[in-house]
Design a protein around this ligand. Structure first.
Ligand SMILES: [Zn+2]
Length: 437
């Protein structure tokens, strides 16, 4: 552990290693991974003939190797990607699948140690110490959020309160009575909780909460500013995905200019999502990860569908781990309306912070007279003005959306509480009922 004027570093020998050393370490980890991959049924088939003792691919050849997709993982359900004996497993999780079977993610004891280490780095970088009380509002379930943050906080020696997702009253009580200083949950739940606390006349600004670790869904800088002012804390972005390990793939340091990737464990590439070619440094594309430091469940060139870019240069904090920008969106989330492509997060950044609204919104796509129709519903702040005011706000927002995204969207300001909110975790914001009668 090291303390600098730009915060604290949990594992300086890795996080601040000379870049050359890190590259050597990655190359060696990749070689060990390829040995493990030989026992994975899926890769034995996919890489036939390329996994003999003498011809194991090297990290430098990574771009010659095939991708692994979510569909591949579904095909391999439940244990087609396992690189060890079942007896070696100590934990199983599953990704939340909206369609079909989930993806089963397996961990050996060593994987759990790795998870603890990357989460300790993540949380320590934001300023979590052993004196903190961590209110862990991520779901404790097959979802990796709950246990991931739990492991990180416990590794640091902080006091974890495993409240899990939802249960607003209990969350407020923990923040008020147990003196929670750290809040971990999805950004949409943080916003919801802040609003409920405000409505109940018990604003979270009156609690000791000082740091928030938010992730598991794309969110914007504007959302960060809104949450920070509503709760009175400093908000950090955390990135991860179950297929890799859960939370702990990348994290923000005190500088908050991109997220450092734990690249001794997860080797990143950014590709053109259409051609599959690796893009030059600095370009925006799809993040592809190879879990070079995982034992039970090593994935080669996994297509995350998350869009980002690398941040050039070294960070002021002293870490040498490469940084990536906040996830703009998942490529699957792209909306195409009347021939225009855009992401829900673009809408979010244009509507947050509008006076008289809470920041909760929904985007509804439908078909009217055989044409795409898009309506953005935004929740009014309790006690805010009457119908006339709402019409004025809607007109301002509609103008902003039209000028920045390039299409007309109907905007309506709805009553407080009229929108279904994120109570258990990730918010559903887009409702596409085009083609439905
Ligand atoms: Zn940094």
């Amino acid at each position: 552990m090291t303390t600098t004027n730009l915060g604290t570093i949990w594992a300086p020998s890795i996080e601040c290693a000379p870049v050359q050393d890190l590259r050597q370490r990655q190359a060696a980890s990749f070689q060990s991974m390829m040995v493990r991959v030989r026992s994975v049924p899926f890769y034995r088939g996919r890489l036939e003939g390329r996994l003999t003792e003498s011809s194991l691919p090297k990290l430098a050849d990574l771009d010659q190797l095939p991708f692994t997709t979510k569909e591949d993982l579904r095909e391999g359900y439940p244990f087609g990607f396992l690189a060890c004996d079942r007896e070696e497993l100590v934990e199983l999780h599953a990704s939340s699948g909206t369609t079909g079977k989930p993806v089963v993610v397996a961990y050996t004891a060593e994987d759990i140690q790795t998870w603890k280490a990357v989460m300790a780095r993540t949380m320590y970088a934001t300023g979590v110490t052993r004196s903190d009380v961590v209110q862990n509002g991520y779901g404790y379930s097959l979802f990796t959020g709950g246990l991931g943050f739990h492991y990180g906080a416990a590794e640091i020696g902080a006091n974890v309160v495993p409240v899990s997702a939802g249960r607003t009253d209990l969350q407020m009580l923990i923040a008020e009575d147990l003196g929670a200083t750290i809040l971990c949950c999805t950004p949409s739940f943080a916003l919801y909780l802040a609003g409920e606390a405000e409505n109940a006349g018990r604003p979270l600004q009156n609690t000791r909460l000082r740091i928030g670790l938010f992730g598991a869904e794309p969110w914007s800088e504007e959302m960060r500013a809104t949450i920070e002012s509503k709760i009175g804390l400093i908000a950090f972005d955390v990135y991860g995905l179950s297929e890799m390990i859960g939370p702990g793939v990348a994290f923000e340091c005190a500088v908050r200019d991109g997220m450092h990737i734990n690249e001794d464990i997860f080797f990143p590439e950014i590709i053109d999502p259409d051609s599959g070619c690796v893009l030059p440094e600095g370009s925006t594309g799809e993040l592809v990860l190879t879990s070079i430091g995982r034992q039970a469940f090593p994935l080669l060139r996994y297509r995350t569908r998350d869009l980002t870019s690398f941040v050039p240069g070294l960070c002021e904090c002293g870490r040498t781990l490469r940084r990536m920008r906040r996830i703009i969106a998942r490529s699957d989330d792209m909306l195409i309306v009347a021939g225009v492509n855009f992401y829900p997060s673009q809408v979010e950044s244009l509507i947050l912070g509008v006076a008289g609204t809470t920041g909760h919104y929904q985007i509804w796509l439908s078909t009217r007279d055989l044409r795409d129709h898009i309506e953005v519903k935004i929740e009014a702040e309790p006690g805010s003005g009457g119908v006339l005011d709402r019409e004025q706000i809607a007109a301002v927002v509609a103008g902003r959306l039209r000028d920045n995204i390039g299409i007309r969207m109907a905007v309506s300001i709805v009553d407080p509480g009229a929108l279904d909110k994120s109570v258990m975790g990730k918010a559903k914001r887009v409702f596409d009922i085009r083609g439905e009668k």
